[in-house]
Each structure stands twice: as structure tokens, then as C-alpha cells.
Design a protein around this ligand. Structure first.
Ligand code: PEP
Length: 249
């Protein structure tokens, strides 16, 4: 971990029921969490209000998506204003499942990020390469392109956390090695230094996501440029998520 405050997000994706989420919230409320870590969880939209009302204030709540602009005649969408109205502080944007399963492109994701940031929501901005892109030696190109599409439109970097999530590691049980992750995190920081500013490069947290669990988090957290994690599967288990939050040393 670097000098910025460690940041751990739990992405619950499209999982859970009222009952299972009540149990997860209760486990999180009784977990012992290191004080010097920002902790955020992202429940499915329909449970956001329930979670925010019952979860300890120690943990902030994030959405998993948001609409590109003000609400209105956009069937099925959720606006940033509505998220703020129920007390949501963050939104995950550019997640690989939205890029590669739903088909969102850089431009669309950039619009969402700009709107959310302008309205005062924090953005967890996800980037990451596919396996074939890694194998073709294109990891940096892909990540820099995705990063640029955020950098081109965001009003400021004050409220952004970058999540490097190699697509081949998400939900596969195939975690990046600490060296593989560190290498990309350094490259991302370097890109920010050259293309945004030295200040933004040093203060922006770059977190890793992709099959992080209670057993591999400590080695990853030791890396200088890994400032936290975005956790999918393992965030559905309260005690394991707490272990990951507490992995920073
Ligand atoms: C994610 O969805 O952001 C993620 C990293 O998932 P998992 O931890 O399950 O690989």
C-alpha cells in the first residue's frame, strides 16, 4: 500500500435477497474494521435504501451504475440525483461486466463519470484488459485508453478512485500476482503524472480488483502502488470482507 488512505470496496453485483442482505449487513455491523481504511459497499439498486438505513455509518454505500444525466424519460435507469437522495456516496463506473457483457463504451462511461462527479458523487472508475489483450502485449494500451476516456471528461480528480481490474481475473479465481498488479498500477500512476499532473498521480488511489480473497489480500496489499481493493465474490461474506479491509499493514 502507498501513502494514500487504503480503500476497500465490496461489489455485490446482482446478488442477494432481503434476507441474505439483512444477514450480510448485520455481519458487517459487527465486524472489527481497521480505522484507517475507507470502506464502501455496492448493493444492487433495489436494496440500496435498506442497506443504507441499516448499515453502520462506518461504511459508505455505492451504486453499481448511474444514468448519464438528469433523470426523466429513461425507462429502467437510475439517476445520480436519486442516488444522492437516498444517501449514496459513490458509484462504480466502467466495470468490466458493463463494458463486456452489457456493451457500454468509453464515451458512454465517460459521460456517466463526468455527470456523477459534477453532481458530487464519488466515482470508482474501473479499467482493465481482456486475456487476449494481455497475451497480445496490449495491457498498457488498453488501460491507458480507458483511463484517457475518463481523464478527457472529468471535472476534477478529487473524488475518483481508479480500480484496475484485469478482466481475466474477475470472478475466475485467477488472481493477478502481486507483481502483475503492481506493474500496471505503476504504469497507471505514471500515465497520470504525464497526462494529468504529478499531484493527481500521487494522491489518486489505485485499487486492484479480480479474485481478491481473504488468503491473497495481504501479499497484494504489500505492494507499494496497491492502495486498496475492489472485491466481488468475497465481499458477500462479511468476515472475509473484513479480513480484506484489515489486510493493510
Ligand atoms: C469485481 O466485480 O469488481 C470483482 C473484482 O469480482 P471478483 O472479486 O469476484 O473477482
Amino acid at each position: 500500500a502507498g501513502s494514500g488512505k487504503f480503500f476497500v470496496g465490496g461489489n455485490w453485483k446482482c446478488n442477494g435477497t432481503k434476507d441474505s442482505i439483512t444477514k450480510l449487513v448485520s455481519d458487517l455491523n459487527s465486524a472489527k474494521l481497521e480505522t484507517d481504511v475507507d470502506v464502501v459497499v455496492a448493493p444492487p439498486f433495489v436494496y440500496l435504501d435498506q442497506v443504507n438505513a441499516t448499515l453502520t455509518d462506518r461504511i459508505e454505500v455505492s451504486a453499481q451504475n448511474s444514468w448519464i444525466g438528469k433523470g426523466g424519460a429513461f425507462t429502467g435507469e437510475i439517476s445520480v440525483e436519486q442516488l444522492k437522495d437516498i444517501g449514496c456516496k459513490w458509484v462504480i463506473l466502467g466495470h468490466s461486466e458493463r463494458r463486456h457483457v452489457i456493451g457500454e463504451d468509453d464515451q458512454f462511461i465517460g459521460k456517466k463519470a463526468a455527470y456523477a462527479l459534477n453532481e458530487g458523487l464519488g466515482v470508482i472508475a474501473c479499467i482493465g484488459e481482456l486475456l487476449e489483450e494481455r497475451e497480445a502485449g496490449k495491457t498498457f494500451d488498453v488501460c491507458f485508453q480507458q483511463l484517457k476516456s475518463f481523464a478527457d471528461v472529468v471535472p476534477s480528480w478529487d473524488n475518483i478512485v481508479i480500480a484496475y481490474e484485469p478482466v481475466w481475473a474477475i470472478g475466475t479465481g485467477k488472481v493477478a500476482t502481486p507483481q502483475q498488479a503492481q506493474e500496471v498500477h505503476v504504469a497507471v500512476r505514471d500515465w497520470l503524472k504525464k497526462n494529468v499532473s504529478e499531484e493527481v498521480a500521487s494522491k489518486t488511489r489505485i485499487i486492484y480488483g479480480g479474485s481478491v480473497n481473504g488468503s491473497n489480500c495481504v501479499e497484494l496489499a504489500k505492494q507499494e502502488d496497491i492502495d486498496g481493493f475492489l472485491v466481488g465474490g468475497a465481499s458477500l461474506k462479511g468476515p472475509e470482507f473484513a479480513t480484506i479491509v484489515n489486510s493493510v499493514i
